[in-house]
Design a protein around this ligand. Sequence first.
Ligand SMILES: *Cc1c(COP(=O)(O)O)cnc(C)c1O
Length: 397
Amino acid sequence: MSASAFSTDSASTDPATTDLAAIDFTALAKPGISELAPYQPGKPVEELQRESGVREAIKLASNENPLGPSPRAMAALRGRLNEVERYPDGGGYALKQALAAHLGIDHNRLTLGNGSNEVLELVARVFAGPGDEIIYSEHCFTVYPIATRIVGATAVQVKARRWGHDLQAMAGAVNERTRIVYIASPNNPTGTWVTDGELERFLAAVPPRVLVVLDEAYYEYARARSYPPASQYPDGMSKQDRFHNLLVTRTFSKVHGLAALRIGYCVSHPQIADLMNRIRMPFNVNAPGMTAALAALDDDAHIQRSLQCNYEGMEQLQAAFRSLDIPTIDSAGNFLTFDSLGEALPVYDGLLRLGVIVRPIGAYDMADHLRVTIGTHTENERFLTALREVMSGLGRL
Ligand SMILES: *Cc1c(COP(=O)(O)O)cnc(C)c1O
């Protein structure tokens, strides 16, 4: 590097635009990183209000619980706020004990993460690198491609079938280089799920040295639905005795309403948990989050209220979409993805102008669809009113 790159006597008054332009940091990055599109989060309500002056905007863009967190979790959280100068318990003892009891498993099978996103990435960091292959589905949750790129592994994307994971084709894509297969059930952004039979056949077909990561972020919603019948929606953890290569991840971000606190976990064979524990950063999981999660875990009343709200909201939206003749993808989660009857972005923008934030999913190769999170009855009505106006304005209804 030339000495002038750091010289301060440059003629320009803005060193950032002159000296630094000489260095191409993109070229220095590991292969694959610069091609990665940054994760696009749902637009925050504050941002929309700042940009457009829209007041009272509603956000149905990130699959958050419209009822918020459990009151018990909030009370516990307030009790912890005077201790933020202390590092958290790096081993997550209390939360792991509570989760182990709740799930009926040994605590040494648990790995806590900064959201389940972190544990999804830890799996890749422990088990895959350059030359290895990681399999996932078309239209799958975006964290799997990101994790694959981060570790320099080769992505093998298998074509979806009717928007869902084609497990048979995914099993067929396994070869001697395969290290990990990611399965989201229900998947985000499609809401599709794998049935018990499909999962059983898949696990039987895949060699035991290939790790199968079953992402159950929406587990509670899927189990609670009248369909898929609970008997058909698989309970991944119950299969781990027979399939030691099966990992299950869950989160406190969705039905528990604690997305901001970033608490998720993985249940796996103890050896896998031990390996992930070695490479995670110390104190990856924060103390207020663990305290709130612990209190939320057994608040069945709040969970039931949340599931009921979701069930009614899903019926409300599906009935409205049917009456508008707008196709939707059947969803077992707390969101619904619908056909925008043409390019989605004009619909997205129109809804924004009316103060309703939904999620464009062009990054998932679904440029003609939008994803809406099930809100409260009032929020859903407001979304539907805005949608009718926007779609009519665009001549699509
Ligand atoms: C929301 C979501 C997660 C959970 O993310 P956190 O990091 O736990 O907040 C995981 N998987 C899928 C498919 C999701 O939609």
